[in-house]
Design a protein around this ligand. Structure first.
Ligand SMILES: [Zn+2]
Length: 181
């Protein structure tokens, strides 16, 4: 995948199987196409929540665990996952989102799958069900594989973004933003 390209694939909210249940996953940049009318709980991975959720008819609960774009996972992540999973078990319909729907949302889905299903490779399982481009950095993968008590496999060490690649992307985005002004 070319991380420098924009809008690689749209994620306006698709249903993803986790265990015996379903969780919806999306990107904020596709929010004009969101449908929150049957959603009970928002799981916010982004650093902002759009006020337009109210005009979309959302009347549910909001749980947030903001993560940095192209970063890792900090804070009490397992606690957040358990809280969300309790909602799922209680029959609530969950809608998770970050900006693009790949890195942080992919990390969330793979983490839930890791916690609930304990597969050998939670990222592979998540990608099969959601998107091949989801989970972006080695640091996200580390937290996911920690949930199944494993090291990040070599394949991901080679293909996911490390600090050097992330720095190059951030620099590219900065220059793009400057030339747009
Ligand atoms: Zn995608």
């Amino acid at each position: 995948m070319n991380y420098l390209s924009e809008n690689p694939c749209p994620h306006p909210g698709q249903k993803v199987v986790v265990g015996q249940n379903i969780v919806s996953a999306a990107g904020l940049m596709y929010r004009l196409r969101w449908n929150l009318t049957d959603i009970d709980t928002l799981a916010v991975l982004a650093e902002r929540i759009p006020a337009s959720i109210w005009s979309m008819g959302f009347t549910g609960t909001i749980f947030a665990h903001p993560l940095s774009d192209l970063g890792g996972v900090n804070g009490p992540w397992e606690k957040f996952l358990e809280k969300i999973w309790q909602e799922v078990v209680d029959g609530k319909r969950i809608f998770a989102f970050c900006e693009g729907g790949h890195g942080r949302t992919g990390t969330f889905l793979a983490s839930l799958i890791a916690m609930i299903e304990k597969p050998d490779d939670p990222i592979a399982v998540m990608r099969e069900r959601y998107c091949q481009r989801a989970v972006e950095t080695i640091y996200q993968a580390e937290r996911i594989f920690a949930l199944v008590g494993k090291e990040v496999p070599e394949y991901y060490q080679k293909t996911l973004l490390d600090q050097t690649k992330i720095a190059a992307i951030l620099e590219y985005w900065k220059n793009q933003a400057l030339t747009k002004k």
